[in-house]
Design a protein around this ligand. Structure first.
Ligand code: SP5
Ligand code: ZN
Length: 334
């Protein structure tokens, strides 16, 4: 299977994330991509599709902010990575914002997603990798894998968070629509709920979003991913959330996956985007499922039975030493 990756995705390396009241080493490290590359071998570099497919999903003000944020941080006399400290919860939104701290709050959902001097380039090329994987599938390949790093599914139209800046899966899904796919399904099998993807397609009936994830009553991102969230307006019913308890093993996982796959079959999409996170792995340091390496073949095999042209986009997975093997198992199941 073709793997798409750009070396410019490596340099992005936030030092710290806010966790349990203190700063801790950032979990989304460059070694993740290196481990996957070592396990899978040759990658093709992405084709540059420009900004248009990115701004087809993301707010133009947000994209301009993201591109300039680290320079503005340095211009404000700061060092290191840019991160916010104040968030506009229910305050007015009409005040023109100028201070970098105000912008960081406006366009962030957490303090776990710092912006470095390399973040824009890495995010841009991760999105281009997803778009290039889509090209391969549009050209007739059955599946293609975009080694997206940084990941994307927590990023909304106008916010970053959860180690994500640009929503690679959403950008690919929208580009598929714009290339003529009538209906697109996104299946999110990262450990965490894909809140950004859900938000982006929340009130639409042309993109179905299904997610299996750690129950947000006890897990990040808390405010999204509960079972009663089903979409809104014409999008009512085009979102499916399947929260699962800590300790979930392969049998109940496959049962929930079967529900998601049935719903996707009923939606009858022309194309599938898989947001794949290997943080469901039993030894993942920040997650709480019990999926084993050999289980990824079965998970992928069940998804592949949809027999849809599929773009697989990398999301999370933080057990770095096992990451490449877990990804390879998943792709072999396809
Ligand atoms: C793409 C993805 O999997 N994002 C996950 C974001 C989860 N962030 C909040 C979890 C807090 C765990 N912090 C771990 C600190 C490691 N030093
Ligand atoms: Zn995750």
């Amino acid at each position: 299977m073709r793997m798409i990756f750009d070396p410019r995705q490596i340099a992005h390396a936030p030092a710290l994330e806010m966790h349990n009241g203190g700063w801790t080493a950032h979990a989304e490290v460059p070694g993740r991509a290196a481990n996957i590359l070592a396990a899978l071998g040759e990658a093709s570099v992405p084709v540059d599709h420009g900004l248009a497919p990115i701004t087809a999903v993301h707010d133009a003000g947000y994209v301009a902010f993201l591109e300039a944020a680290h320079d503005r941080w340095l211009a404000a006399g700061r060092e290191g990575d840019a991160v916010g400290y104040i968030w506009p919860v229910a305050r007015r939104r009409d005040v023109p914002l100028d201070r970098i701290d105000a912008l960081l709050g406006r366009y962030s959902m957490d303090a776990g997603t710092p912006i470095t001097g390399d973040t824009w380039d890495a995010s841009y090329w991760a999105a281009q990798s997803a778009l290039t994987a889509l090209d391969a599938v549009l050209a007739g390949e059955r599946t293609a894998f975009a080694l997206c790093r940084p990941p994307g599914h927590h990023a909304g139209a106008d916010y970053l968070g959860g180690y994500c800046y640009l929503n690679n899966a959403a950008i690919a899904a929208q580009a598929a629509r714009d290339a003529g796919a009538e209906r697109v399904a996104i299946l999110d099998v990262d450990y965490h709920h894909g809140n950004g993807t859900q938000d982006i397609f929340w009130d639409r009936d042309d993109v179905f979003f299904a997610s299996l994830h750690g129950d947000p009553r006890i897990d990040y991102p808390f405010y999204w991913g509960h079972a009663d969230e089903r979409g809104e307006g014409v999008g009512d019913g085009a979102t499916l959330n399947l929260p699962l308890p800590h300790g979930t093993t392969i049998a109940p996982y496959l049962a929930a996956l079967d529900q998601a796959l049935t719903a996707i079959r009923d939606f009858a999409p022309d194309m599938l985007i898989v947001s794949f996170g290997a943080d469901t792995y039993e030894a993942d340091p920040i997650s709480h499922f019990a999926i084993r390496t050999q289980d990824y073949v079965e998970i992928a095999g069940a998804i592949a039975k949809l027999a849809l042209p599929s773009v697989i986009v990398m999301e999370g997975g933080y057990a770095v030493e096992a990451l490449g093997v877990n990804v390879a198992e998943f792709l072999s199941g396809f």
